[in-house]
Design a protein around this ligand. Structure first.
Ligand SMILES: Nc1nc2c(c(=O)[nH]1)N[C@H]1C(S)=C(S)[C@@H](COP(=O)(O)O)O[C@H]1N2
Ligand SMILES: [Mo]
Length: 303
């Protein structure tokens, strides 16, 4: 499905709003330095304290879910069309108990926890999200991972009749993602079912989406219908579209720039046009928990 157009595509090519906002910020910063300083100070003070979650409104209205359109507001406008009940997840490949698992049967065996995580998009914006969900490791335990398995592949639901974005070949649909098995089993890796104690809005990936907080946001695949254990590194949607720009690992790393923009800093959603950009943290601030997964790896080469 990869044609010349999709090969040259980058996220910023199809998200003009992001580029527009960045230009506005630069212009505002140049022309109105005094005003920017005065307005920027409280926002900076907030950033230095504990993690402050974004509002439900911010999290559910500024989204990337290309199956519903490439604009940040398209998912919240269109995703109500997605039928999320009934829902089941096929778990197959190298597992002892393959099958179609009904979501309610999964949930009855999982402990739902609150997890307040930083969320960093590869486009260099970020939020803080109070997720509800369960550890992916617990779901994989239900299915029984076999000893030869080394990777976990994920697939998003494919429903052209409910997802208008699928009519355009922006990506090679369905959206697919993957993790190394040890990344999938890390206790930080969750399957989210809600935010702020409410069911996950459709635009945020209802009824069940992956969240991997130390990786760029596109790894956190939405509306998952298939999980496959395998011994081979699985293909991933953005890597297929632009392999030079989006690697399999895609760990947040301020010292490895995207070929077309810096990853050293990020724009915080909700901070306002005058907010100071925040320095991006190694592994998005989760270095202590995950750095050991990558011991001995060249993180520039395996980006
Ligand atoms: N199926 C699917 N999953 C997806 C995407 C998508 O377009 N389709 N976008 C990804 C990207 S680029 C980001 S930044 C996050 C955005 O999650 P949010 O909208 O809940 O903030 O979802 C990721 N998961
Ligand atoms: Mo993203």
């Amino acid at each position: 499905m990869a044609n010349r157009w999709t090969n040259r595509l980058t996220m910023q090519d199809v998200t003009p709003e992001a580029a527009f906002l960045n230009r506005r910020q630069i212009l505002a910063g140049m022309g109105m330095a005094g005003g920017a300083m005065a307005l920027g100070a409280p926002a900076m003070a907030q950033e230095e304290g504990a993690l402050k979650p974004n509002s439900f409104e911010e999290i559910s209205s500024y989204c990337n879910y290309y199956e519903f359109g490439t604009g940040k507001g398209d998912p919240s406008a269109n995703a109500h069309r997605l039928t999320t009940e009934p829902w089941s997840v096929t778990i197959d490949g190298m597992v002892d108990r393959p099958g179609d698992y009904a979501l309610e049967d999964i949930l009855s065996q999982m402990t739902i926890e609150d997890r307040l995580y930083r969320f960093r998009c590869v486009e260099a914006w970020s939020m803080v999200v109070p997720w509800n969900g369960f550890e992916l490791a617990d779901l994989l335990d239900l299915a029984g991972v076999q000893s030869g398995a080394r990777y976990v592949a994920f697939e998003t639901v494919y429903r052209p009749e409910e997802m208008p974005g699928l009519r355009r070949p922006v990506l090679d649909w369905p959206y697919v993602e993957g993790l190394r098995l040890d990344e999938a089993l890390n206790p930080l890796t969750i399957m989210a079912t809600g935010i702020y104690g409410k069911p996950l809005p459709n635009q945020n990936g209802a009824p069940l989406r992956l969240v991997v907080p130390w990786k760029y946001g596109f790894k956190s695949i939405k509306s998952v219908v298939r999980i496959t254990l395998t011994d081979k590194q699985p293909p991933t949607a953005w890597n297929k579209a632009a392999p030079r720009e989006y690697g399999f690992y895609s760990n947040v790393n301020p010292s490895v720039d995207h070929p077309r923009w810096s990853q050293a800093t990020e724009r915080t959603i909700g901070g306002g046009l005058f907010a100071k950009r925040k320095p991006t943290l190694m592994f998005n601030g989760y270095e202590e928990e995950v750095a050991a997964l990558y011991d001995g790896m060249d993180l520039k080469a395996q980006f």
